[in-house]
Design a protein. Structure first.
Length: 475
């Protein structure tokens, strides 16, 4: 059995280095597929630890794999490092104070995610070296999680082939292993082309692409009534055809996200939305081009690997916060209303006891670990970890890196992800992930069981949710 104390020590010994990488990525927040500096910081740290790095996976410059050791068991750790636009914020400040107006910020805590997975990979490597453990640890640098579906492109290119199991984590407000799924999602651009004309002098000669977009939205709003309630349709105009009301718009584009609990359901729903778009084109006498921009699978937790990871988290422990952390977290929590706090604990209804549930809602920070429970709850968001879960048995945990009630994708996450609260959550995650990596390597029979479950749940063969002509939107 893996030596828990030793693994914790190995993470602690290099904790300053790992926190340094997290802060470095935090201070250069870059958007998906443009994470040049962030990827470079992670690669430099991995190379300095003796990992061999291959870059440019799936044709994406910032996608990479860093390997230590060889052969099986081959365990993957997934790291993300992309930021979000317009969320610039000072670290540790509970008052909205952008460092740079309109600048990017790590509003999903991916600076911690990437560096925490790195810390786990390095500690696992150190433990393998000291204890002569055979196998390989693979750190995957996964760019463009937020809008780009980087892991989907990596999965399609075969990056995860030959991996026996994958572990990852996400910063959050709780300490647990995900027994929930997430929604599958496809992003589609509907481009309409019409004919321009003078909107007053000769409107009968024009065919409006903007009208087509609007009629498509009307159609989709009726469609909502007749789709499964868990599905989500949302849209944004990408091209409104110009700014002059007196010119009939001959081009317009609307971008839809189509989400549902299973990728199969998304693919069925796409056909119905496409029909609505075709109807809109027919009504307006315009031409339609449908472009699938990206897509990702639902997350399928592997129970065998998730239970192992949960056991490891229990042994390595939740983050321990001090008075200053509580004081800072309280300031953030004071700003959240009941609905926000309720929403931040929605995923654990039925998992936490009523007592634990109330405790979380009242305490600024969570310092206890919830048990692993597989539920039917699908997180009403999406993650491209889903695609990895269709390639290999996958498990992911969360640790408390911000105050209870903090909504994702906000400047409040940026502030806390650059503070000691985030750092402590990250180090706690790294210890559990490192222990799980070694424990999986030491128990090939468990990996076999995980594989059996994986084949049963997914069919054992990754089916990419987008057609071959869909390529990463690098610009
Ligand atoms: Zn995220």
């Amino acid at each position: 059995m893996a030596d828990v104390k030793k693994i914790k020590e190995l993470v602690d010994q290099k904790a300053d280095k790992f926190v340094g990488v997290a802060d470095q990525v935090w201070s250069t927040p870059e958007l998906g597929f443009k994470e040049t500096k962030s990827a470079a910081a992670l690669i430099a740290a991995l190379e300095s630890e003796g990992f061999t790095v291959k870059t440019g996976l799936a044709g994406i410059p910032t996608a990479f794999e860093a390997v230590y050791g060889e052969g099986h068991p081959a365990i993957a750790l997934l790291g993300e490092f992309d930021a979000l636009p317009s969320l610039s914020q000072e670290a540790g400040n509970d008052v909205h104070t952008p460092i740079c107006d309109g600048g990017n910020g790590h509003g999903c805590g991916h600076n911690l995610l990437g560096a925490g997975a790195l810390a786990a990979a390095v500690a696992a490597k150190d433990y393998m070296q000291q204890n002569n453990i055979k196998g390989s640890v693979h750190y995957f640098g996964c760019p463009g999680e937020e809008f780009g579906c980087g892991k989907m492109f990596m999965a399609r290119a075969g990056a995860f082939d030959g991996i026996d199991a994958a572990f990852t984590w996400h910063p959050g407000n709780l300490n647990n292993v995900w027994g929930i799924s997430s929604l599958a999602n496809n992003s589609i651009y509907y481009h309409f082309k019409g004919r321009t004309s003078h909107a007053a002098a000769s409107p009968h000669l024009g065919r409006s692409a903007l009208d087509a977009c609007e009629l498509m939205s009307v159609g989709c709003n009726y469609l909502r009534e007749h789709i499964i309630p868990e599905a989500r349709l949302h849209y944004a105009y990408r091209d409104v055809g110009g700014s002059a009301p007196n010119v009939v718009q001959d081009h317009a584009c609307v971008n839809y996200f189509i989400r549902a609990p299973k990728i199969k359901e998304v693919l069925e729903l796409i056909e119905r939305v496409n029909d609505v778009a075709r109807g809109a084109a027919l009504m307006t006498g315009t031409q339609l081009e449908i472009q699938i921009a990206a897509g990702l699978c639902d997350y399928q937790p592997n129970d065998v690997m998730s239970q192992l990871l949960a056991d490891c988290l229990k042994q390595t422990g939740a983050p321990e916060f001090d008075e200053a952390d509580y004081a800072l977290a309280s300031k953030f929590m004071d700003d959240y209303n009941e609905a926000e706090i309720e929403s931040s604990v929605a995923s654990i209804k039925g998992v936490a006891t009523a007592e634990e549930f109330e405790k979380i809602k009242k305490s600024p920070l969570t310092e206890f670990i919830l048990p692993y429970v597989r539920t039917n709850y699908a997180m009403p968001g999406s993650t491209d970890v889903g695609d990895v879960s269709y390639c290999t048995p996958t498990a992911q945990l969360a640790t408390a890196c911000w105050a209870n009630g903090t909504p994702g994708h906000t400047w409040q996450v940026v502030a806390q992800g650059g503070s000691s609260i985030g750092h402590k959550g990250m180090i706690a995650a790294a210890k559990a992930l490192a222990l799980a990596t070694i424990s999986a390597m030491e128990q090939p029979e468990l990996l076999e069981k995980a594989h059996e479950e994986f084949v049963k749940a997914t069919g054992g063969k990754y089916v990419c949710p987008v057609p071959p002509e869909t390529v990463p939107l690098l610009d």
